[in-house]
Design a protein around this ligand. Sequence first.
Ligand code: FES
Ligand code: FES
Length: 365
Amino acid sequence: MNIHDFSKKFILNDKIKNIDSYLGLRLSEFLREEENLKGTKVGCNAGDCGSCTVLIDNKACCSCLITLAKVQNKKVETIEGIKKSELFAKLKDSFSYYGAAQCGICTPGMLMASVALLRKNNNPTFKEVEEALSGVLCRCTGYRKILQAVSNVNKRFKKEISIKPTNAVGKRLERLDGKEKIEGTDIFGDDYYPKNSLIAKVIRSPYNSAKFKFGNIKNWKKNNPGVEIILTAKDIPGINKFGVIPNFDDQPALAFEKAKFKGEAVAIIAGDSDTMKDLPLSDFPIHWDPSKDTMDIDEALNKNNPKIHDKDSKDNILIVGKVKTGNIDIEENKAFEIEGELETSYVEHAYIEPEAGSSWIEGNT
Ligand code: FES
Ligand code: FES
């Protein structure tokens, strides 16, 4: 297949769209950046959070995992496309009544997954709703309100919204900004950036552990007009470390000379959007010298293995803690009985909303 084939088409919110972009482009990126349909959110960009859920031929799909090539001749619907439907109006009322949208970043994804379910089954059980929405994460509601809103959407619920100060206590209050959150028109940090903003790409370590050296970065920049700036650890003023918990504030913003995990950022390249869209990074001047990696606790504790944080620490133990249980009578409290050794890998909390924002100076302040 020719990846620049201009004859491809699909239906987007009832309109025929010619695909004249790169066919490998993520559908989520196409919707948000080229069609300005910001109701489709992007959290993880990796298929984990579901905030990018759209309907493809009536099925709920993560648009961050689908390329434009995959939607040829298919019907794609986003929250903007279903907003006028009767089903959406009912869901909107129900979400509003149950207080199912708090910050609202997951709400478009939740609603798209709900529509996919309700088109097939207009009276789903709580369990069926749970299953249908299980691919969309919510950081705010604890899910209960959302599940109630969807499973009761076709049941009659009593509207008892009141904003009279005399009888406000104990009454449901409709959120003043609820409409925007439910319709996906509320603006989040990643939904806006000033016109002509530079676009950045990050060079990341392909190895779990490797030393690296940059080649002639200045020359590479000269050969790629449109690239405005290249930043490495040397460009970071002050201490190149972050983290808010004492003893954990050891992660460099950009690795310096050694990468300690696969995917660690080592350089940032920023340029105008046209340049950055097609900028190949395979010839970026960096030389990697991979070293033995340390992948589990036993390997890390083995004194013969290299120190991961070789400069600052004596061994590979970052922090030692103790859990105290008090006087639990094991016979009486069987529910608390624990036996054996427990270990877990490091788990980062799930992503919902990108850490993003824009700021600018107005006037002489
Ligand atoms: S699943 Fe697509 S952005 Fe998270
Ligand atoms: S309302 Fe679900 S993430 Fe905030």
